[in-house]
Design a binder for this molecule. Structure first.
Ligand SMILES: [Zn+2]
Length: 399
């Protein structure tokens, strides 16, 4: 850990000299004489940015400490010599705000419950994290307890408390009570949030807590005997608020409602849907009855082709015919867009056998029990009739 490194000094742009550049497969490894890009460490993702020199501008995609050297992984090579470097400051600030916010929250949880932060993922811009960082604690918290902690954390932000970097001597360190993930050797860097937390850390931090902005927990779930908390701070919290607010506005407009009455509007939609389903159910029962009484039924196998009947109704129709008529086996197909949804029900045979045969000849899929199978054929009406007749020439066909 280089306490004099430029990345600890809030410098957005700097000049440097390229000491080496080598090909590393997909990337290039560049070593500079100046340590301005923050290398991944202490749970904090590395800086990104640009290196400009000799008329070239290349992207820094990752920065790692390897054998004591800060190595920059880039998308293109660069000649040795003088360069100008620009740090992606938006990314750095998001990481810094999240990191300092995480210290406050972890410190408060530790103080109140004695639980430790045993792992966190802070790269909110990576595809995996979906915009929020995660913190794992080795004890269980409820959502309400977490909300109390969140209130306290935000109060510390509003108080704009001083955040200091301490490099205590070995002697001084013995008397300090601080949080740390592992046993430390060599120089120890401590981050002190005035009156709130003291924690060993090599990350970048704000100068006063006001710079963090809002600290917002998004979710809590049980994880490895403790809990995993999802949270966002500062710019990430603002982005999260915007994204969700705009989503709520869009959904509200879809329901001709507003955000305050959205829940009511959704409940009323759900009630209306249930009412419609009830009405549809009773209309279908009438339809099944009319279908039955308008035909003369005999014992045997029936193929019935209809249109636009949903799978749930086809199943009810099949049940009804097997219960209310003397038919032995019924194959019902309903044309829905480009395919036939089907149900095969039987009182005597094995519906799975019939399903298997027809799936093979009618480009179908599906399955079920001995009494009833359900699925879909990717075939035309003519093909369905032809193949069912080929299977059983005595089949009765109805529409
Ligand atoms: Zn830290």
């Amino acid at each position: 850990m280089n306490r004099e490194a430029l990345y600890y000094k809030d410098i957005k742009e700097f000049d440097a000299t390229v000491l080496s550049c080598e090909n590393a497969g997909e990337y290039f490894r560049i070593v500079l004489d100046t340590e301005g890009f923050y290398p991944e460490g202490g749970g904090q993702p590395s800086d990104h940015g640009k290196i400009i020199g000799n008329g070239q501008e290349i992207d820094v995609l990752d920065v790692q400490i390897e054998k004591g050297k800060v190595v920059h992984y880039t998308d293109a090579p660069l000649d040795c010599g003088h360069v100008h470097c620009i740090i992606d400051w938006d990314r750095r600030m998001r990481n810094t705000q999240n990191h300092s916010g995480e210290h406050i929250l972890s410190g408060l949880v530790n103080k109140k419950f004695g639980y430790n932060n045993v792992g966190f993922h802070m790269d909110t811009q990576s595809a995996q994290t979906k915009g929020a960082m995660t913190i794992d604690f080795d004890g269980v918290l409820t959502w309400n307890e977490l909300m109390e902690i969140e209130n306290k954390a935000n109060a510390i932000v509003v108080q704009d408390r001083k955040v200091s970097v301490l490099w205590p001597s070995k002697e001084q360190l013995k008397d300090l009570h601080y949080r740390s993930k592992k046993e430390l050797s060599g120089n120890v860097r401590l981050i002190e949030i005035d009156g709130a937390d003291l924690c060993a850390c090599c990350g970048t931090h704000v100068h006063t807590t006001g710079e963090i902005g809002m600290i917002k927990c998004l979710s809590i779930m049980n994880y490895k005997g403790g809990v995993r908390v999802e949270m966002v701070c500062g710019k990430d919290a603002l982005d999260d608020y915007r994204k969700k607010h705009e989503l709520l506005q869009r959904v509200s407009r879809m329901l001709s409602s507003n955000i305050d009455t959205l829940e009511e509007a959704l409940q009323s939609q759900r009630r209306e849907k249930e009412e419609r389903e009830k009405k549809l159910g009773s209309l279908y029962r009438e339809y099944f009855m009319l279908y039955k009484t308008s035909r003369k039924w005999v014992e045997g196998v029936y193929l019935i082709l209809v249109e636009n009947m949903e799978p749930v109704q086809i199943r009810q129709f099949c049940d009804f015919l097997l219960r209310e008529t003397c038919v032995k086996t019924v194959i019902i197909g309903s044309k829905l867009s480009s395919q036939y949804s089907y149900v095969i029900g039987t009182k005597t045979g094995d519906a799975r056998e019939i399903g298997k045969k027809l799936n093979a000849t009618l480009n179908g899929r599906g399955g079920g029990t001995k009494e009833m199978v359900q699925g879909a054929f990717l075939s035309t009406k003519e093909e369905v009739i032809k193949e069912v007749k080929a299977m059983d020439p005595m089949v009765h066909f109805e529409e």
